[in-house]
Design a protein around this ligand. Sequence first.
Ligand SMILES: [Zn+2]
Length: 407
Amino acid sequence: MFNIDGERLWASLMEMSEVGRLPNGGCRRLALSDEDRAARDLFVRWSTEAGAEIRYDCFGNIFAIRAGTEPDRPIILTGSHLDTQPSGGHFDGVFGVLAGVEILRAMNENNYRTNAPICVVNWTNEEGVRFAPGLTGSGGFAGRLKRETVLDLQATDGATFGAELRRIGYGGESLSGELGFGAYIEAHIEQGPVLESGGKSIGIVSGVQGVRWYDLRISGAGRHAGTTPMSARSDAFMAAAALTASLRTMGLSLSEEIRLTFGRIEVLPGSPNTIPGCVSASVDLRHPDETVLTCFEEAMSSIVDTIAAAENVSINWRRTMAVPAVAFDARCIQILEQATLDCGYEWENLTSGAMHDASSISFVTPTAMLFVPCRNGISHHESEWSEPEDLTRGCEVLAKAVMQLAA
Ligand SMILES: [Zn+2]
């Protein structure tokens, strides 16, 4: 095939990290800011120098395309995002884009031709910091967000998405119908501790867990704490305590992999000598398997009824958000496993706890992801760090998988 130049990849990561550099060493490149424009310009220059043709679409997604010998074949896509958190690091997203650039460079200097075209993408506004929600560019491209909705998004600083896109010079036309992709492989840092603690260089991601949010409201009766016998109470907090503990037990009986969090609890009236008359709580539920989430919801319904009757309170709950679990493409996963084997590295199969652009794209294109370790699992922080050797290995596996898909 061709060799990946790990030192060149590292040098590019470090050069990119100068764009929006923070005093403590991290990076701040909010979507469609001047810093984002500078990062985009660098990506465009490097990709052009490596022989790619640049296209960008109505969401500002940038596609660097290297022609194949069979122009009619669907394009094989890789990439990620260059925008960062307000106090972000040098690798989240950036690694996936610049690993793609390194593959373009290595192909170019070796005159390596694939049958299918290859494309490296920078998706707009993955992080969702300046404009919410995130995954905007990939969600728009995949048809999960309407074009007008995206262009009208308002930034925390008052600017609109469409105006900012034009201001930085990356507003184009829709390419969703024009660019046909055969597969998408995204490389990313793990943002968790599993690979590092297991001593593995490569993570192969089977999917992204689903998320459901609920609002929970328990109504009892606020009465005097000294004069009301225990048997005559409608204590909303006692009901909340019984309910949250029961939901945890039930959730764990469904699956050890479940994640259940009551992150915000308000107890009213909040007085030491008044029985709590009202409790409201948030519920954050996650699991890689949609059927487990649905089973949880059904069981929650009957537990709520039982506890409401036992504690003499009324309990109302409603779902406020549902992001479906994503299972990545079996063939893409198998190609990544074979590529890792061919490179002589060990891997771990894991599920992503975080959302990625690959989640959006998996709805329209066969998709998979590979992870590389990051120190102490830290991400979204200036101290985010990955070792150059791990990044090189990740890039080698990515290159092999992409070449296999484009053969
Ligand atoms: Zn990311």
